[in-house]
Design a protein around this ligand. Structure first.
Ligand SMILES: Cc1ncc(COP(=O)(O)O)c(C=O)c1O
Length: 464
């Protein structure tokens, strides 16, 4: 890059005519920095954060390009690195390469999913992709969906629609039923909906981490007796701590009998439903009224990428449409800001679309199967000595703890181990679960191979 360009301040925006050579130089340089960061991940570990990291704020004159690139580099050097094979703590896999391109294109397009006139092609793309997903999971022609920035928002979209559909408005007696292993963000949803934490009723889970059907029936009866108005039951398809799947078939039958909206939180496991991979409990999901699918969590669609699919699109329209007086509409095309909570929204769907098209169904299956295989390899090998309590459902998440530890000992062991693992470039998480801390490994990292897992197991088994 020439000095001249480095100090130039006249390229605020892309040029609308001629060439965009200056922008290309900047993009190429960013690409170089990013790719170097990926390829050097092994030198720095999964979380190379320096406590002295400084964030400079904008000054009067604006910074030089050179300063900005140096700060971009420093930002990367102090970031969690999902491509490192030891990044096994959370549901944050490496970014799929075509999703990275998708994000770049979406940023450049700067279209707005609020309305068709601000994003004609992307509006159609989002609509079609939601329909594609809806059909794949077995919904019929009235189905569809809406993208949102993350699983929490997709679930919230569903719950607001469910409550509206039940005609409950802001009735303080409205309650939502979830299992005790459901994601904590349901408490947030309840608060956002103007209800109290007590309006979130928790159903016991059994020893496999699945909703206890008997307790669900009894709680429903009790809610009726107490004049509580149930606006939805949530079944979790892949719990956060151990990847368990609630008994969807039984729950859907109960919801049908009692005319209650069934929402499936498939933030983790929903994506399996578009494949032919056989997973215990992953059936009958098309009996739900709505389902969240959050492909950012396993297959590496870059964040954020989440979809809410509904069996009947009119439920979203009826709930969220207010009219957008300053925007025009087109017959038979919904302005996407009218069918969900978010108004202005980026074209996030591009990275999902590109990612999926690049992978094809075979590629999606390959990624998902490989995560299950890694999980099984881990469990089979950690169990060899039969020294650990293992909590794991059919998906790719395992929480574990050496057998026989008291609560105090488990706090100490998990904290000590997590630090020791990090020093050896393995990042695991430490969820608190049923009163004790555990270690959790999430096997969604495609870069992690058997030799990495063997190394991890060696560290886990040492000085137990
Ligand atoms: C089962 C489940 N549901 C919902 C969420 C919330 O998703 P997000 O963080 O994308 O909002 C999570 C997050 O991990 C989750 O595990």
């Amino acid at each position: 890059m020439t000095e001249e360009l480095i100090n130039k301040k006249d390229i605020y925006f892309p040029s609308y005519s001629g060439t965009n050579d200056d922008l290309m130089i900047l993009l190429n340089r960013s690409t170089q920095i990013l790719c170097d960061w990926f390829s050097k991940a092994d030198n720095y570990g999964p979380l190379p954060f320096d406590e002295n990291f400084k964030c400079l704020m904008p000054d009067e004159d604006g910074d030089s390009t050179e300063d900005l690139f140096s700060d971009i580099q420093s930002l990367l050097n102090n970031s969690f690195n999902p491509v490192h094979p030891g990044s096994l703590a959370h549901l944050d896999p490496p970014p799929l390469i075509f999703s990275i391109l998708g994000d770049l294109i979406a940023a450049g397009l700067n279209n707005n999913l609020l309305a068709y006139e601000l994003s004609p092609s992307v509006t159609l793309l989002e609509e079609s992709l939601c329909k594609w997903f809806a059909k794949k999971i077995g919904f019929n022609d009235s189905s569809g969906g809406i993208a949102a920035s993350g699983g929490t928002l997709s679930n919230l979209n569903a719950l607001i629609a469910a409550r509206h559909n039940a005609g409950l408005g802001s009735d303080p007696n409205s309650v939502l039923l979830v299992s005790e292993d459901a994601h904590t963000s349901f408490t947030k949803c309840i608060r956002i909906m103007g209800l109290e934490d007590g309006n979130l009723v928790k159903i016991k889970s059994d020893n496999k981490g699945c909703m206890d059907i008997q307790d669900l029936r009894e709680t429903l009866d009790k809610c009726y007796m107490d004049n509580k108005k149930i606006f939805a039951v949530v079944a979790t398809l892949g719990t956060t701590v151990r990847g368990a799947i609630d008994p969807i078939k039984n729950i859907s039958e109960i919801c049908k009998e009692r005319n209650i909206w069934l929402h499936i939180d498939g933030s983790i496991g929903g994506i399996f439903a578009v494949t032919s991979i056989s997973i215990d409990g992953l059936n009958n999901i098309n009996q739900a009224n709505s389902i969240t699918i959050n492909p950012q969590k396993i297959i590496g669609i870059t964040k954020t990428s989440s979809l809410l699919l509904v069996s009947n699109m009119s439920t979203l329209e009826n709930t969220f449409s207010t009219g957008l007086p300053y925007l025009s509409s087109k017959e038979n095309i919904l302005n996407r800001g009218e069918i969900g909570i978010q108004g202005s929204r980026p074209a996030e769907v591009i990275k999902l679309w590109l990612g999926l098209r690049f992978l094809g169904l075979k590629g999606i299956e390959d990624i998902l199967k490989s995560s299950i295989n890694r999980k099984e390899f881990f469990i089979n090998n950690i169990c060899k000595k039969n020294q650990f309590e293992i909590y794991s459902g059919p998906l790719h998440i395992v929480s574990f703890l050496p057998k026989g530890l008291t609560q105090k000992e488990s706090d100490f062991w998990t904290q000590t181990k997590i630090n020791e693992l990090m020093k050896n470039n393995f990042m695991l998480s430490r969820p608190k679960f049923k009163g004790r801390y555990f270690l959790r490994v999430v096997m969604g990292n495609y870069n992690t191979n058997e030799s990495h897992i063997k190394e991890l197991l060696k560290l886990l088994n040492s000085n137990k």
